[in-house]
Write a protein that binds this ligand. Sequence first.
Ligand code: NAP
Length: 313
Amino acid sequence: MADSEGAQIIDGKAIAKSIRGTISQEVTTLKERYGKVPGLAVVIVGERKDSQTYVRMKRTACLEVGIKSFDVDLPSTATEEQILDQVLELNANDEIHGILVQLPLPKHVDEKKILMAISIEKDVDGFHPLNIGNLTMKGRDPLFCPCTPKGCIELLERSGVTIAGKRAVVVGRSNIVGMPVALMLNNLDATVTIVHSRTKEPESIIKEADILIAAAGQPLMVKGDWIKSGAAVIDVGTNAVDDPTKKSGYRLVGDVDYKEAKKVAGYITPVPGGVGPMTIAMLLQNTLDSAKPLDSGIREKIFQVADKAEAGR
Ligand code: NAP
């Protein structure tokens, strides 16, 4: 979609819809040819309203494309051991190809322990240290890439943005967005710089970016005049700011000053309607890939990992 003021608007909602359509067709083929139904277990612990909303969206999205959703709802009083037992049970269930534990977990639970317990072959969120580790190493492929970073790359590629040889700047270095997206861009041969909260003069670094991924969680931090003319701008930031004109009393804005930036950028994602819808689409894609049978590429990757683990013993 082109914009009268310059930048091409990357319509994440439309791209995600098209991806979900393809996934739905592939799920049907998998069912017909192999009698296999992809299954995703979505585990939620506690009653946080925002987590419940995200979980509901993920479960509904599964049903819409024909992925079977296994719902595991545990009370906020669940012990670490009970959650671990539950994850191990899901690991052993052949009907389940992906396991997602909604974060954050209650304070008394060690998130790292729970994420480590998820079988790497079912780690469709891509947060297992082995999957992240493989992302960092030359010649190794993770079985799954984290969903939001993978969504950012899809948006760039599907919009025809060249990544190889370009200067990319990622604002943010979190485990779930900033760091993995920087690693993925590096693996696609971009030259990547990470800007974080201690970076001095971020604007001068951001100004050099052909590709900018903003994932700092700082409303409207990146100003229009920080953007290089023609740059591709992917705004991951999703920040609620007060807005008395809205019934809810708030509206969502990104980390980038969209109004100004779209006059300068070559491509830009809106908030909402940019990266957000892609995250769930990528979760569905990872779950489908996990369910694919032995003769498809993803299983070859599993064997590569297993062989390397064996060789390293
Ligand atoms: P996070 O864990 O809070 O990490 C924020 C990162 O940004 C940190 O690395 C932090 O640096 C850096 N940062 C903070 N203030 C900064 C500043 N003024 N200048 C430069 N860097 C700064 O957040 P996250 O989970 O990665 O999420 C980031 C944003 O993306 C949030 O708005 C979140 O809501 C959104 N998000 C959207 C989706 C989606 O599906 N659309 C998914 C996930 C997240 P330090 O490391 O130095 O602290």
